[in-house]
Design a protein around this ligand. Structure first.
Ligand code: AMP
Length: 209
C-alpha cells in the first residue's frame, strides 16, 4: 500500500478519514498534532516547551516535530497516513527524504472556509484527540461524554473561532506552495471534503488504487 500524505486545513476531516483508513485498510496513523498533545499530557520537557505555541495556534519548530515523527515510524514494515505533517515547504522536503524508496500519494482535502470554521468550533474531542465528535453533525449520545471510552469531551483551545481563523491564514500561506509542489510531482489526489465522512472515504478509496 502506498503511504498517504493528508493535506487539508485543520478540521477538514483528516483525523476522521485517518480513523477509517486505519480500520478498513490497515494503515498506520501518524499525527504530529496527536504526538505533540501526548507530550503535553505527559508534561514532558518537550510538552512544556510546545504548549504555549500550540495553544496560540502557531506552528511548533520543524526540528522538534521531525524528531518526534521519525521516532514513531517504521516504513519498512508499515504503510502510514501522515496527518498534520508536512505543514510547510521545509517539512515537505524533509518528508521527501524520509520517504525515499517508498511509494506515496498526497491527498488534498478541499473545503470551503466558512464551513471549516463552523466544523471546528463545533468539534469536541477526548483529551488524547483520538475520538472526535461534532455537536451538530455527530454528537455524542450523552452530552459531553465520549461514547466509546466514557471520558469527558473537551474543546481544544486551538478550535476557538479567533484561533481557527488565524490557523486558516497560516494554512493558506504555508500549504499553498506545498500542494503546488506535490502537484508538479504528479502526486496529488484531490477530494471534496465538503461531503459526509462516508462519501469522502469512498472518494479517497476510489482514487488511491
Ligand atoms: P493538528 O492536530 O494537526 O491540528 O495540530 C495541532 C497543533 O500542533 C498545530 O496548530 C501546531 O501548533 C502543532 N503541530 C502539529 N503538527 C505540526 C507540524 N508538522 N509542524 C509544526 N507544528 C505542528
Amino acid at each position: 500500500m502506498k503511504n498517504l500524505i493528508l493535506l487539508g486545513a485543520p478540521g477538514s476531516g483528516k483525523g476522521t478519514q485517518s480513523a477509517k483508513l486505519v480500520k478498513e485498510l490497515g494503515y498506520f496513523h501518524v499525527s504530529t498534532g496527536n504526538l505533540l498533545r501526548e507530550e503535553i499530557a505527559r508534561e514532558s520537557e518537550l510538552g512544556k516547551r510546545v504548549k504555549a505555541v500550540m495553544d496560540a495556534g502557531q506552528l511548533v519548530s520543524d526540528e522538534l516535530v521531525v524528531e518526534l515523527l521519525k521516532a514513531n515510524l517504521n516504513l519498512s514494515e508499515n504503510s502510514y497516513i501522515f496527518d498534520g505533517y508536512p505543514r510547510n515547504e521545509v517539512q515537505a522536503e524533509t518528508l521527501n527524504g524520509i520517504l525515499e524508496g517508498h511509494q506515496y500519494l498526497a491527498v488534498y482535502f478541499k473545503l470551503d472556509t466558512e464551513n471549516l470554521v463552523e466544523r471546528l468550533t463545533n468539534r469536541r474531542v477526548t483529551k488524547d484527540g483520538k475520538h472526535i465528535y461534532n455537536l451538530k453533525t455527530n454528537p455524542p449520545k450523552v452530552a459531553g461524554v465520549c461514547d466509546i471510552t466514557g471520558e469527558e469531551l473537551i474543546q481544544r483551545d486551538d478550535d476557538k473561532e479567533e484561533v481557527v481563523r488565524d490557523r486558516m491564514k497560516v494554512f493558506d500561506s504555508t500549504m499553498g506552495p506545498v500542494i503546488d509542489k506535490y502537484r508538479k510531482l504528479g502526486k496529488v489526489i484531490e477530494v471534496n471534503a465538503d461531503q459526509s465522512p462516508e462519501a469522502v472515504f469512498a472518494e479517497i478509496k476510489g482514487k488511491i488504487d
